[in-house]
Write a protein that binds this ligand. Structure first.
Ligand code: PA5
Length: 444
């Protein structure tokens, strides 16, 4: 199992920046209530905890048919509908496209240059398009869907719908309606699951299965982590402990750095950042997450962490078995003699340990997750762990971690600019704003 070592979060190690056992125990009462809410699935969105129990046969069957008929698989989605898929692929199938087919592209923006580049690489005659949107109407995803639907129609005529798979709400939404009308294959995103908690649904599992990843392993890992995190006692439950530590630290440290010592977990850091920011940034609360990677960021960010503002809490992810190692041979370069008889795996672990120690010596609290091996089983554990930690931290903040009301205004103004019916007042606001900007004297 993945384990949590929080020694360097405590005052014995981190001095006045650390926490005491009493601080943690002061949350016991609230955690008891949170535990009972989790057990009873008090909020429907807690259903993400049940995703590990799903039957993955349908997803694998759809993936098999994609693999049999396609040279390319293009996922259109954004936020929680894209980050999880990218995370799984980067973690478990690094350099996938260089060695495998179907080649997988994830388009999670509306940058025209990127889509033009993808379109110049793929062969539309052999491309399956997977449109992923829980709500079924997200403007960015629907815009790219329109482009691909049109392009597929040109190539396949009436048969175009065979090349589209819609991953969306089981019953409602614009995409669901189109899918039913036009006869796309569909996979459901369970109605209760919010986007950023959906990686272990068809949202992340279909692309994973297309890439040949063992999705049963992901689910089993998540399941086992949930079992491990089912204790009411915070001292026996790593997710409750991590949530409690982050909540308490959040009172004084407003930046959360996630630093996995693995290239393969860089995308995981980005997935975490969305989860943490969108779930917890409410009511003037929340920490700014920073997606880091060791050892690379030691030569980019560490100076700031060590001697800049003491506003950060660090979460390391260490890998025990990298699954490969390379020895350093050196018989003749005296100045590099100290590297002789070592290997890269030793060096990366030494650097992680040294950085943890240097930080705690400087009074910067940090904790570590020890991952035995980076395979589908342990990646499933990591997903479930961080999802549960996020939910628990949100409950401790007293906010709903599953909504994102703060993103609505920007969406509505965009609809106004794009002339969507019903958003005329938003359009007017934008026109007024443009006038103001035009007259502004603060321009050089
Ligand atoms: O976590 C969330 O709910 C969001 O980030 C969504 O994933 C994102 O906005 C995309 O939404 P949808 O899947 O409805 O297109």
């Amino acid at each position: 199992m993945i384990t949590l070592d929080f020694t360097n979060m405590m005052s014995e190690a981190a001095g006045s920046n650390g926490l005491s056992a009493e601080d943690i125990n002061s949350l016991k009462h609230r955690l008891k209530k949170i535990h009972s809410d989790i057990v009873s699935r008090q909020l429907p969105e807690l259903f993400f905890l049940d995703l590990p129990d799903q039957d993955e046969d349908e997803i694998n069957a759809v993936a098999d048919s994609v693999k049999n008929h396609s040279d390319y698989f293009l996922l259109l989605g954004i936020g929680g509908s894209a980050l999880g898929a990218r995370t799984v692929l980067d973690a478990l199938k690094p350099f996938y496209n260089l060695k495998n087919s179907p080649k997988i592209f994830i388009y999670d923006n509306v940058d025209p240059n990127t889509l033009a580049s993808i379109l110049s690489i793929i062969d539309l005659k052999k491309t399956t398009v997977n449109v992923v949107t829980k709500s079924g109407g997200t403007v960015e995803t629907m815009a790219s869907f329109l482009i691909l639907r049109n392009a597929l129609k040109k190539v396949h005529k009436d048969a175009y719908s065979r090349w589209i798979i819609a991953t969306t709400d089981p019953e409602k939404g614009i995409l669901r309606d189109i899918a039913v009308r036009e006869g796309f294959r569909t996979l459901p995103v369970p109605a209760e699951v919010s986007g950023r908690f959906s990686v272990l649904s068809a949202v992340g599992l279909l692309p994973a299965s297309v890439a040949g990843i063992n999705i049963k392993g992901l689910l089993k890992g998540a399941k086992d982590m949930f079992i491990k995190c089912s204790e009411e006692d915070v001292w026996k439950n790593p997710a409750y402990m991590c949530g409690a530590l982050m909540y308490l630290m959040g009172q004084k440290k407003n930046i959360s750095v996630l630093i996995p010592y693995s290239d393969r977990l860089k995308a995981f850091s980005e997935w975490y950042c969305q989860l943490w920011a969108e779930s917890l940034g409410k009511d003037n609360r929340g920490q700014t997450p920073y997606p880091s990677k060791g050892v690379t960021d030691q030569h980019s960010q560490l100076q700031l962490w060590m001697q800049g503002p003491k506003d950060k809490v660090m979460t390391f992810i260490g890998i025990e078995d990298y699954g490969a190692d390379i020895s350093l041979h050196n018989e003749d370069i005296k100045s590099l003699d100290y590297l002789r008889n070592h290997c890269l795996g030793e060096l990366i672990k030494a650097e992680q340990e040294a950085t943890e120690l240097a930080l705690v010596k400087a009074g910067i609290p940090n904790m570590r997750l020890n991952v035995p091996l980076l395979d589908s089983y342990y990646l499933g554990q990591l997903f479930l762990f961080f999802e549960l930690v996020t939910a628990v931290t949100g409950f401790l903040y007293g906010i709903n971690p599953f909504n994102q009301p703060g993103v609505e205004e920007g969406k509505n103004l965009t609809y106004g600019i794009m002339d969507r019916e019903g958003y005329e007042d938003k359009k007017q606001e934008v026109l007024d704003y443009r006038e103001k900007i035009k007259e502004s004297k603060y321009k050089i």
